[in-house]
Design a protein around this ligand. Structure first.
Ligand code: TMP
Length: 218
C-alpha cells in the first residue's frame, strides 16, 4: 500500500497533466482538503536546480547512468524536503511525475535493475497510493507539447526532441507499469475533452481513495 494521500500523474509529452492536476487540486480544496501540488524533476530548490540540467540542452548531453542518477538526486531532495513533510502535516500531495517516469524514460538506457535498486534506496515505501497514467497517441501528445512550447517560449524541450521511437516506447512502458501494478495505477484516456478527462480522474480518485476522502469530509 502506498501513502494514503499521495497521488502521482504520469504519461508521455503533451498528455495534459498540469491542467488536470490543477483541476483535481481545486476539487479536493473545495472539499476542505489541504493540497500540495508539486512536480518532478523539481519540487524543492535543489531539485529545481537539477531540473535545469535535465530538461534543457542536447539530447545526448548525459550518459544514461548520470541521467538516471540526476533524476534520483532530484527525487531525494523532493521527497525529504517537500513530499514527506506535506504528508506528515496531513496534506494531500499531487505530483506531476514521479518514479514511474524514470522507469519509462531512463529504463531503456540503463536497464531495470539499475533503476529498481535506486528506487528501493531513494523511494523505499514512500510510493503513491494512486498513480494516474494519462494515455494518448504519441503524435497527438507531441503536437500538443509543441504548441505549448510555442506559447511559453521555454527551452525545456530536451525530451520532446527525442525521436518518435523513443516516445512510442515510453507509451508502452507506462502501459506496462499499469498492467503490472493494477492496484496502484489507473490508465486514463487523455484524448477526450478537458472536462471528460477531469471527470474520469475524479471518478477514479473517489473510487480508489474513498477512505482518506471520507475520513476528512465531515
Ligand atoms: P514535464 O515536461 O512533465 O515537466 O517533465 C520534464 C521532462 O522530464 C519530461 O520530458 C519527462 C522527463 N523526466 C524523465 O525523463 N525522467 C524522470 O524521472 C522525470 C520525473 C521526468
Amino acid at each position: 500500500m502506498g501513502r494514503a494521500r499521495f497521488i502521482t500523474l504520469e504519461g508521455g509529452e503533451g498528455a495534459g497533466k498540469s491542467t488536470q492536476i490543477q483541476r483535481l487540486a481545486e476539487k479536493l480544496r473545495a472539499r476542505g482538503e489541504a493540497v500540495c501540488v508539486t512536480r518532478e524533476p523539481g519540487g524543492a530548490p535543489g531539485a529545481e536546480a537539477i531540473r535545469q540540467l535535465l530538461v534543457t540542452g542536447e539530447t545526448t548531453r548525459w550518459s544514461p547512468k548520470s541521467e538516471a542518477l540526476l533524476h534520483f538526486a532530484a527525487r531525494a531532495e523532493h521527497l525529504e524536503r517537500t513530499i514527506l513533510p506535506a504528508l506528515a502535516r496531513g496534506e494531500w500531495v499531487i505530483s506531476d511525475r514521479f518514479v514511474d517516469s524514470t522507469i519509462a524514460y531512463q529504463g531503456p538506457g540503463v536497464g531495470p535493475e539499475f533503476i529498481n535498486e535506486l528506487k528501493e534506496m531513494v523511494v523505499g515505501d514512500a510510493m503513491p497510493a494512486l498513480t494516474l497514467i494519462l494515455d494518448l497517441p504519441v503524435e497527438q501528445g507531441l503536437a500538443r507539447a509543441k504548441s505549448r512550447q510555442g506559447k511559453d517560449n521555454s527551452a525545456e524541450d530536451r525530451y520532446e526532441r527525442m525521436d518518435l521511437e523513443f516516445h512510442e516506447g515510453l507509451r508502452q512502458a507506462f502501459l506496462n507499469i499499469a498492467k503490472n501494478e493494477p492496484e496502484r495505477c489507473a490508465v486514463i484516456d487523455a484524448g477526450g475533452t478537458e472536462e471528460a478527462v477531469a471527470a474520469a480522474i475524479w471518478q477514479t480518485v473517489e473510487q480508489r481513495l474513498t477512505p482518506p476522502l471520507s475520513q476528512n469530509s465531515h
